[in-house]
Design a protein around this ligand. Structure first.
Ligand code: 4AD
Ligand code: MG
Length: 431
């Protein structure tokens, strides 16, 4: 008899089934055990009665340690009161591998303990729900990009130069005396690819040697980076808005159960509809000052400032036109005001802060060269990048969406560390 996945049990009502999974929990009375079996696709309650399995087996089943791998035979019954609408009346249980004393108990553990046991913590209900949501977000991105005619172009991980400033680079020994850096962003390569294929994107790991211990920072995180040829800042904002609404509606459509496990307030996600408010940096600064939150024009927005700005709206807000000094060397300057960069940050609602950063790129060879010199970057390393402005330079732009920050917000989680399977953070690289 072939094995049934727990998620498929509703379609197997009143049939005999074989399940394989792990013992998640058990409640017992004199004559009955209520086993919670999990197999990754779901959790189901399995009822074992002394009358059905006999005295000896009943006693033995009562002793199976939690997280043991087991095979269970029984009959699926539709029951409205059961979680998931099905329960299994058990005829036999075989232990495939008995677990040792499981270190993660049902009561609360501190974050340090859980992070050191991440390889086991992943099995818990909430973490499984989060991984489902992460998977859905990534699939929504890939499917949407395909529908919109973008080509996936994978960016390299080893790079000879920096993209987002030299202070957060991870340096690695390459061959002989050469040094390489782990990529901070695939953007520069996407710019080259956009000149070859038009509309492109990458989705992969990126690295930042950031000595920040905040709930938003990882040293290794995944970024989705679309790039479009013949596009300006407005086109970039249109795409950001479209992608975020597509992602959120996909999760609402397919991952309602997981959002429920996480006790996410779904109404808040229903507010994520286009158009998103667009506000310039200067307008945001004026409005903050008018509210008594003093902020000097010219500085970068910190997390508390972002929280104030996002509190004005129910949906994500796009803040555009930052002072050029706070933005990267490649940003195009506003033709009407050279103090301003044609960049945009998208701030998530509910205080989650920046989830997207992007904008229009400088497409003028001389201006770009001057900025590379001004930022004391090596002209030699950027020769290939400058070539893009030599051979058919075209206005272009794109953005980077942080996958974990986006999952964190959609799932309503406190810290990005739970939104990636195996988080890498300052001083934490185990397991
Ligand atoms: O704003 P950032 O630094 O932009 C870039 O890297 C551009 N080159 C992207 C582009 O235009 N193609 O990073 C983009 C996003 C941020 O908005 C944030 O969501 C995420 O990446 N991010 C981080 N997520 C987790 N941990 C960190 N340390 C992050 N740094 C950035
Ligand atoms: Mg940014």
């Amino acid at each position: 008899m072939s094995r049934t996945r727990i998620r498929d049990l509703p379609g197997a009502a009143e049939q005999e089934v074989v399940l394989k999974g792990w013992l998640y929990n058990r409640r017992s009375s004199k004559k009955m055990h209520f086993l919670q079996l999990r197999d990754g696709s779901g959790i189901v309650q399995c009822i074992v009665t002394r009358d059905d399995v006999g005295e000896d087996d009943f006693a033995q089943i009562g002793q199976i340690p939690y997280e043991s791998a087991i095979e269970l035979k029984g009959t699926a019954h539709a029951d409205d009161r059961a979680p998931g609408g099905v329960e299994v009346h058990t005829s036999a249980v075989a232990v495939i591998s008995a677990a040792e004393d499981y270190p993660i108990a049902k009561q609360d553990h501190g974050p340090d303990f859980l992070l050191r046991h991440r390889h086991l913590w992943l099995r818990s209900r909430k973490q499984v729900a989060l991984m489902h949501i992460r998977d859905e977000v990534i699939r929504a991105i890939r499917d949407s990009m395909h529908e919109l005619g973008f080509t996936c172009i994978d960016a390299p991980i080893f790079t000879p130069n920096s993209c987002e400033g030299t202070s957060t680079l991870f340096e690695v020994d390459y061959f002989d005396d050469e040094k390489a850096f782990l990529t901070q962003s695939g953007q520069l390569y996407m710019e080259a690819a956009a000149m070859a294929l038009g509309d492109v994107y990458c989705l992969g790991p990126t690295f930042r040697a950031e000595k920040s211990k905040t709930r938003r920072h990882l040293t290794e995180f995944w970024m989705f980076e679309p790039e479009m040829a013949f596009a300006d800042l407005d086109d970039v904002m249109d795409l950001a808005e479209q992608m975020l609404t597509r992602i959120v509606s996909r999760v609402l459509e397919h991952r309602q159960d997981d959002l429920e496990v996480l006790e996410r307030d779904i109404e808040k996600l229903r507010n994520v509809t286009a158009p998103f408010p667009r506000i310039s940096y200067s307008e945001a600064v004026d409005r903050m000052n008018a509210q008594g939150h003093s902020f000097e024009w010219g500085g970068d927005l910190g997390a508390p400032d972002e929280s104030i700005i996002s509190s004005w709206f129910d949906s994500p807000v796009m803040v555009h036109g930052y002072p050029e000094e706070v933005k990267a060397f490649y940003m195009k300057r506003d033709p009407d005001d050279p103090r301003i960069a044609c960049g945009v940050d998208v701030l998530a609602p509910e205080g989650y802060g920046e989830i997207i950063g992007g904008g229009q790129r400088e497409d003028d060879l001389d201006v770009l060269l001057a900025r590379i010199q001004q930022h004391q970057l090596s002209e030699e390393d950027f020769r290939w990048y400058l070539d893009l402005r030599r051979y058919g330079s075209a206005p272009h732009g794109g953005f980077g969406l942080g996958v974990e920050r986006t999952v964190c917000w959609i799932a309503g989680i406190e810290h990005v560390r739970e939104c990636i399977p195996f988080p890498r953070m300052l001083y934490r690289i185990y397991p």
